[in-house]
Design a protein around this ligand. Structure first.
Ligand code: PMP
Length: 423
């Protein structure tokens, strides 16, 4: 058991002043009991919890850490801008520099609107598509996550049906299901949303079928609707462009967030001229959307993305991790389902419908100084090295041996069971 006295004390204080003690995707309610809630430090590929325990971090802040925590070049650019000005009465020149840089990197994009969180970008994409087309209906893949606004949040609390009245579902990667959904919507289709690949929680990941992606493009061309790729989670982790360049499909809008400033708070909606009028017709803003510090960080991040081999390195390390874990798992009699791009791995266990083995392995990895997630996709980052992957594989060997010997006594997580029962 890892030391957690400070974490427990923080949780106790938090229970009084924060609803549920913590909320949202970083809450640990649906993680093994030993997972720390609070972290005091992060550097490179590592995080330290409030009690000072160090972990090799395969969650990367759920995506924002792309090149390593506390990258000195990126943070220096941020600090230099902070000395000049951050949130001001108008944006800094860095806004124009950043938008030019993004348009230069992302093939489909002719323009950029900068915002703060991924949900800002996806919601703005929906609104711009409606303004462009004059239509109301939005198609989203069943189970896909596009943010925490009323139209897309996966949890029903406080949401009235009318807020989702114009959202329809289709099955990801299923061209026939998409065609049927488009036909049902008739002449009221504003947009089709697509994740770059299927990266839903609790499930194996699935890469995009190019036939489905191309059909989505054709259907938008035929109906006048906008095609939106939600690259908030995968952006610049698969390719130095919009992720659907890999399947040869260009959207009209793409949503970005999380990592293009390496953890500094900024997101963006990128669009082609096909949706420029729509973007010009909407009112979209926020008090902190134009803060200059994250923009300076983003510009430096994008420079490094263009000039370094971060992508090729994370893919190589991801392949090493995947191959090594398969061998280690087999040694202990487990079959892992390792799916999705190697640099964004989802790791689930065969024969583990209630995730009790996955929870036990995550807990045993944590004890050995490696932070893995039992049901959400993970991330590699540019600061990871061969030695880190070796460390993770060694931890996995010990962890899986421990899980094997305790397997008869494992229990499913009660809150997870309650949640799964409710769906
Ligand atoms: N879209 C996707 C694909 C995401 O993964 C996320 C965040 N997990 C969002 C949208 C929402 O981003 P944010 O939490 O920054 O609002």
């Amino acid at each position: 058991m890892v030391a957690n006295v400070k974490d427990l004390a923080l949780r106790e204080r938090a229970a009084k002043v924060i609803p549920n003690g913590m909320y949202g995707h970083e809450a640990t309610h649906l993680l093994p009991a030993s997972f720390p809630q609070y972290f005091s430090r992060a550097k490179g590929a590592y995080i330290w919890d409030a009690d000072g325990n160090r972990y090799l971090d395969f969650m990367c802040a759920y995506g924002p850490n792309l090149l390593g925590y506390g990258d000195e070049l990126i943070d220096s650019a941020a600090v230099r801008q902070l000395a000049e000005g951050d949130t001001m009465t108008g944006p800094g020149p860095v806004l124009v520099d950043l938008c030019e840089k993004l348009v230069g990197m992302v093939s489909h994009a002719d323009w950029v609107m900068v915002c703060k969180n991924g949900t800002d970008a996806t919601t703005m994409a929906m609104t711009a598509a409606r303004a462009q087309t004059g239509m109301r209906r939005i198609l989203v893949a069943d189970g896909a996550y596009h943010g925490a606004a009323p139209w897309c949040t996966p949890m029903p609390g406080g949401i009235v049906p009318e807020e989702r009245a114009f959202i329809s579902k289709y099955k990801y990667n299923d061209a026939a299901s998409l065609e049927a959904a488009v036909a049902e919507v008739g002449d009221d289709l504003a947009a089709i949303f697509a994740s770059p690949f299927k990266h839903d929680a609790f499930e194996d990941q699935v890469l995009p079928d190019p036939t489905y992606a191309r059909r989505a493009r054709e259907l938008c061309d035929q109906t006048g609707a906008m095609l939106i790729v939600d690259d908030v989670r995968a952006g610049f982790r698969l390719v130095r462009d919009c992720s659907w360049e890999l399947v040869g499909v260009r959207p009209d809008l793409s949503c970005w967030g999380k990592s293009f400033a390496n953890g500094h708070p900024i997101s963006a909606l990128l669009g082609s001229d096909r949706c420029r009028a729509g973007a010009e017709a909407i009112y979209a803003t926020g008090s902190f959307w134009f803060s200059a510090v994250p923009m300076a960080a983003a510009i430096e991040t994008l420079r490094i993305l263009a000039e370094s081999d971060y992508l090729e390195r994370t893919i190589r390390l991801g392949e090493k991790l995947r191959a090594g874990l398969a061998i280690v798992a087999e040694r202990h009699g487990f079959t892992l389902r390792q799916t999705g791009p190697v640099q964004m791995p989802q790791i689930l266990f065969d024969g583990d419908p209630d995730f009790r083995i996955g929870f036990a392995w995550a807990e045993a990895m944590l004890e050995r100084g490696v932070y893995v997630h039992p049901w959400h996709n993970m991330f590699l980052n540019g600061a990871m090295t061969d030695a880190d992957i070796d460390f993770a594989l060694e931890a996995a060997d010990g962890a899986l041996s421990q899980v094997r010997s305790s397997i008869a006594s494992l229990e499913p997580h009660p809150m997870l069971m309650a949640l799964m029962g409710a769906h």
